[in-house]
Write a protein that binds this ligand. Sequence first.
Ligand SMILES: Cc1cc2nc3c(=O)[nH]c(=O)nc-3n(C[C@H](O)[C@H](O)[C@H](O)COP(=O)(O)OP(=O)(O)OC[C@H]3O[C@@H](n4cnc5c(N)ncnc54)[C@H](O)[C@@H]3O)c2cc1C
Length: 366
Amino acid sequence: MQNIKGPDDLQRNVLDEELCTGCGACTNLCPYIDMVKANAIIIEPCGLSKGRCYNFCPRSYIDVPSLDKSIFGSYREDIAIGSNIYVMKARAKDEEIRSAAQYGGVVSALIIHALQTGKIDAAVLATSSDGVNPKPTIARSKKEVLECVGSKYIVSPTVSKVLDAIKGEMGKIGVVCTPCQMTAIRKMQDSPFETGEEKISLGIGLFCTWCFSPDTYEYIRSLVGSANILKTDIPPPPANIFVIQTDERRVEVPLDEIRKFIMPSCAVCFDMTNEFSDISVGTVEGEEDWNTVIVRTRNGERFLKSAKEAAIIETKPLEKEKFNHLCEASLNRKKRALKEIDGRKITYLTIRDEERSKIISWNGGI
Ligand SMILES: Cc1cc2nc3c(=O)[nH]c(=O)nc-3n(C[C@H](O)[C@H](O)[C@H](O)COP(=O)(O)OP(=O)(O)OC[C@H]3O[C@@H](n4cnc5c(N)ncnc54)[C@H](O)[C@@H]3O)c2cc1C
């Protein structure tokens, strides 16, 4: 269902409600919108009653049944993690990738494989000059992909760079992004507005529970000074810490101390496992050098098969217990989001009634 409105509605329903995710889908399309500290700002009214800014925004509206239909051909059977063909553990075979990557290096290995096989001509990734502050960038070689390894937990306006890549005629584009960013890209692909979205031929989605605002940077620097930051990490529960690894020491911050920097828009996020991607990738509880991988679309399945056949990644089954924990974490995320949405009387999310009541009445356990 298309529900296209304009910038006044974007202001009222998204920006005034502090729901901007900082994805960058509305900037770079329009001279009247800018991004300040990961928040879109409408500089001047453009007078349009319908616009791509509202249409592509991942917090203006998400019609889950309609997106499911257009991406997967049918509505999801799995209410915990969304449509999927299979779930497994995987890691990059290439030691160079694995040693640099956040966990098993599956994301970087798949992007390099996609570039080397012509599946894509360019990839939109997030790099960082200091290991913390992400900057979206375009990678076209293994070297450039390796310059982007690692999770930067501050929000990156990745979708604005996707629009750059489309405008720059860079051929077939792959993108690595968080769930809100992937939602914007899928909305773009499902939209009556033509933006060159058909050039996006591979979407690798990162799991994400929440993302930090840009103010986090100064806080992190106050803890480690000007030290060279090698990596930051949020190990899976029950660790409950944010880790900053510099070349001199490891600093552990209790998550409760750093939670104040979480983007307000994350409170209403319904999607932890990147449900609209071709392939979703996250951590594996207790196994730092492996990834959990969810293969969702036929496009993703074909591509992953070629990566396996070319011995780019190795795979193992995901244990039932770990799979159940993943589903529980995802359902928890959904239940919290629905409560927040209902409590604030926000109406951006459409899901089927049957799914809504199952999630609301879910009380733990799979
Ligand atoms: C903000 C954030 C929150 C996350 N939360 C969770 C979580 O709750 N649970 C979980 O299991 N996994 C989470 N992840 C995913 C996890 O940290 C790893 O990125 C994922 O498991 C892939 O590991 P890898 O070794 O294959 O990554 P790598 O091969 O090292 O590749 C990492 C890729 O992530 C991209 N990237 C880095 N930072 C950003 C960013 N801010 N925005 C967009 N793209 C980025 C880079 O371009 C790079 O391509 C999160 C990631 C991010 C960025």
